[in-house]
Design a binder for this molecule. Structure first.
Ligand SMILES: Cc1cc2nc3c(=O)[nH]c(=O)nc-3n(C[C@H](O)[C@H](O)[C@H](O)COP(=O)(O)OP(=O)(O)OC[C@H]3O[C@@H](n4cnc5c(N)ncnc54)[C@H](O)[C@@H]3O)c2cc1C
Length: 399
């Protein structure tokens, strides 16, 4: 089978990887050029338990933080432009996602382990993540919910953090360096014979329930099956098929620091009260991430927001000193209002599929999401098969 995957982010590349391994011929189209990768300005945490943790769910996002004093901001203009998304979010999105997300995440953990064994490339893979809270009782509650080991303030301080009441330590969860994961995936796809069309924006050309081709700049690509894995841009792309899906970008920022050999933290962490991710990938690379802002596709953060971010680092990281970022980037999380991904056939189409909507867990969920959609494209699974709980991810569910 010949497949074109639109979107060379972590989801599209894992889908291409599984399709290639099953013997198909795959072309990946991405509008970014080779040197400007996406899916890399994130924390790189592979963290299924985050699907169910209470403080960072949509409930907290929609109900607790509207204002620019914390990590979350939702602009009024974005709410007014997307009333349907927010209406569904408030009605449906607060509960019910935890089980399917955690199961998908756990299946991803196993697939990541196979991937790392197979690829054998060093992606700064580190076991263990700690969720940290200012309030000790919140940490105990999180540890109970996610079946993690509670760690007290003293143990947390040995990990490099201060002003923390306690944490939930998850020894089976892990982190990677997103740049290296990206390189490993691209390298592996090349080895398996993938073709890349980079630096060209794809458009779907369709008639009567059938995608005929993809236009990418001056090239026309034809295939047996087409996969839309274009992250937050998937909604705009699939609108030309008459498929309107509530999917909004939630932007965030990653700051990368050269520590000059200094060990700032010994364990990857999520500072839950302020939504800050912290990972020291190796002796000299520290990564901090933050912000969940629903403001459309704007790519610039103000100086004031950056200062807020750096202040968090100084407040919580004992050995941060006055490190200055060597690199900064903005990422967009593709979010559905019910917090569940969209995986399967595009409604009304016999040869077009979609894989997106993993929002704040796109790195964690990419292998499992990609693997499911690959089976659907191969006709090895009913598009929506209730027995595995995949119906929760049905792309037609918002119709
Ligand atoms: C600050 C931050 C921290 C995060 N931390 C974590 C974390 O620790 N763990 C975790 O699991 N997740 C995390 N995430 C979420 C994760 O980064 C996203 O969910 C993930 O990147 C989504 O991957 P994707 O491949 O679906 O989409 P994307 O990464 O957005 O990739 C989509 C690709 O499609 C391409 N594209 C779009 N339109 C077109 C078109 N018309 N033609 C051709 N190409 C097109 C784009 O160029 C892009 O390369 C974080 C996100 C942010 C912003």
């Amino acid at each position: 089978m010949k497949v074109v995957v639109v979107g060379g982010g972590v989801t599209g590349m894992f889908a291409a990887y599984y399709l290639l391994k099953d013997g198909h011929s795959v072309t990946v189209v991405d509008e970014n050029s080779q040197n400007v990768p996406t899916s890399v300005f994130n924390a790189g945490l592979i963290m299924p338990s985050a699907g169910a943790l209470p403080t960072i769910g949509l409930q907290a996002i929609l109900a607790s933080y509207v204002g620019r004093s914390g990590p979350v901001y939702i602009s009024l203009a974005e709410v007014l432009r997307n009333l349907k998304w927010f209406r569904i979010g408030l009605r449906k999105g607060l509960h019910g996602f935890e089980g399917p997300l955690t199961a998908l995440g756990e299946s991803s953990l196993a697939l990541y382990s196979d991937f790392f064994d197979e690829v054998g490339m060093d992606v700064d893979h580190q076991k263990g993540i700690v969720s940290l809270y200012r309030n000790k009782e919140h940490a105990k509650r999180a540890a109970a919910i996610s079946k993690a080991r509670f760690v007290d303030a003293e143990e947390v301080s040995r990990m490099g953090f201060r002003n923390i009441g306690g944490g939930a330590y998850l020894e089976d969860e892990s982190s990677v360096n997103p740049f290296k994961l990206f390189d490993a995936l691209r390298g592996e796809l090349r080895k398996l014979g993938a073709e890349f069309v980079l630096g060209r924006r794809a458009e779907l050309i369709a008639t009567r329930g059938h995608v005929a081709s993809i236009r990418a700049g001056d090239q026309t690509l034809t295939a047996d099956r087409y996969l839309v894995a274009a992250g937050s841009w998937s909604a705009g792309l699939s609108e030309s098929l008459g498929y309107r899906v509530p999917l909004l970008p939630a932007r965030g920022m990653a700051l990368i620091f050269d520590t000059g050999g200094r060990e700032v933290v010994t364990v990857s962490a999520l500072l839950e009260d302020d939504g800050v991710g912290v990972t020291q990938h190796n002796e000299s690379t520290l990564r901090l991430t933050s912000f969940f802002e629903m403001v459309g596709f704007k790519g610039e953060f103000s100086e004031k927001r950056r200062e807020w971010f750096l202040d968090r680092a100084k407040q919580y990281l004992t050995n941060f000193g006055d490190l200055k970022p060597s690199e900064a980037g903005v990422g967009f999380r593709p979010c559905t209002p019910d917090q569940l991904p969209l995986l399967g056939a595009i409604p009304g189409y016999d040869n077009a599929f979609i894989a997106t909507g993993n929002c704040r867990l796109g790195v964690t969920l990419a292998p499992a999401s990609a693997s499911i959609v690959r089976f659907m494209m191969e006709g090895k699974a009913e598009p929506v098969s209730g027995d595995k709980g995949w119906s929760a991810f049905d792309p037609a569910r918002f119709r």
